[in-house]
Ligand binder design. Structure first.
Ligand code: SAH
Length: 398
């Protein structure tokens, strides 16, 4: 596929590469990293590896003539290259970003200038549902000040009637995180609704959601297959986001409990449980390690632990808490195979043997690979059952 900006855009490795070669390279990398632990199954690639992303992030700037532009930073710089037609993003996202730019130009909204600390628009994050029918627009500004926001929303929704909501995210900090911690609804609904594996999910602007819906289905099916649920087990879903894995597991489990640090995502997870009638699922807000340690103290022990931590991975204390609980199976979903390899050593020392590993190409034409690993408790290795005093009150589900 041809891309007009791939020679200097830092968004991907370039869609002109042969996808087959690229997949073969990812397979070799996964075997080199993980092959010493267990067999690595052939990577699940995409039949059509284009227009897969359901989330687009654009940065605003002003060109030399002062005209507002939006796009992606050039590789290794803070120079914005206008991107009109990204072939990794779903088409509705490209159309929505174009509409946001037109509406912002028409309303004469200025870009934020990092060096001077002046201006308004920093980034625009657009998410869409798996069908590409609805979009949620989040505009990042340095403060809550947003003159003309009402006119902007009117103009945007005229140009892009598929926009379901416009949210402002306030991020005064100059960090690599795009979104700030405070959100304000400017127009419409401050969330997006989507369907995945027959379940309905609501997600807020700041909640994590897998970016490749076509492959997410295969990722979750692999995780559930590895979990080997028979309708009776207690399942813990750690780093659960909006509860997608836990709620997919719920119909085949006895009980599901999930934990998530981001308060909005944890609330989304609890609401998603109610909306899907999953009476056997409960969600908690908190740090996964602290929560696991508390679960290990209080019992009863789960039979299956599923974890899907961020790229920086989990903690050695989390692994010790798993050892204390002694589930039969651990299903580790990882977007950071390097940190995963380190954790697999920790799990092996805790009596959990990696049995099989399935790479899934969630991010074609980027260097990233997602992996699901099944670990089983070694026969004869009993749960450690170290008794530690409880920290006080039992955590309350949302
Ligand atoms: N399983 C979910 C989310 C995976 S992404 C899905 O498939 O959609 C990892 C999630 O871990 C994010 O939602 C992030 O907010 C959360 N997270 C990050 N650090 C955490 C911590 N210390 N404790 C609990 N959750 C954490």
């Amino acid at each position: 596929m041809k891309c007009a900006v791939s020679h200097n855009c830092g968004g991907c490795l370039g869609p002109h590469l042969s996808y087959r070669d690229h997949l073969a390279q990812k397979q070799r990398e996964m075997e080199a990293l993980l092959g010493r632990f267990c067999p690595v199954a052939p990577i699940l690639g995409m039949e059509d590896p284009y227009h897969y992303r359901n989330k687009s992030i654009a940065t605003f700037a002003q060109d030399r003539s002062g005209k507002l532009v939006s796009g992606i930073y050039a590789q290794g710089t803070h120079r914005v290259i206008p991107v009109e037609d990204c072939c990794l993003q779903m088409e509705v996202l490209n159309r929505t970003q174009a509409a946001v730019l037109s509406a912002a130009r028409r309303c004469r909204l200025p870009a934020y200038q990092e060096d001077r600390g002046q201006g308004l628009l920093r980034h625009c994050v657009v998410r869409c549902d798996s069908q590409g029918q609805k979009a949620l627009v989040t505009l990042v500004t340095p403060s809550s000040y947003f003159p003309g926001s009402r006119n902007f929303c009117k103009e945007l929704t005229r140009l892009a009637p598929w926009v379901a909501g416009v949210v402002q995210s306030i991020n005064p900090r100059a960090t690599s995180a795009v979104l700030g911690k405070t959100f304000k609804t400017l127009w419409g609904k401050p969330f997006l609704e989507d369907t995945l594996l027959g379940l309905r999910f609501t997600l807020s602007s700041g909640s994590f959601y897998q970016v490749n819906p076509r492959q997410t289905r295969r990722l979750y099916e692999t995780a559930l297959d590895f979990a080997a649920l028979d309708g009776t087990q207690t399942v813990l879903d750690a780093y659960c986001g909006i509860g997608t894995i836990g709620l997919s597991a719920a119909p085949r489990a006895g009980e599901v409990s999930g934990v998530e640090l981001n308060p909005a995502a944890a609330r989304d997870a609890a609401a998603n449980a109610r909306r899907n009638g999953a009476e056997n699922a409960r969600f908690y807000q908190g740090d996964a390690t602290a929560w696991m340690e508390e679960q290990a103290r209080r019992g009863p022990s789960p039979q299956v632990v599923i974890l899907d931590p961020p790229r920086a991975s989990t903690t050695s204390r989390f692994i010790s808490a798993v050892q204390d609980m002694g589930p039969d199976r651990v299903v580790y979903v990882s977007c950071g195979p390097q940190t995963l390899a380190r954790d697999l050593e920790g799990f092996a020392a805790a009596g959990y043997r990696p049995v099989k590993c399935q790479p899934v190409d969630m991010f074609p034409f980027t260097p990233h690979t997602e992996v699901v690993v099944l670990l089983e408790r070694e026969k004869g290795s009993a749960p450690a059952r170290r008794r530690r005093p409880s920290s006080g009150q039992a955590p309350a589900p949302l």
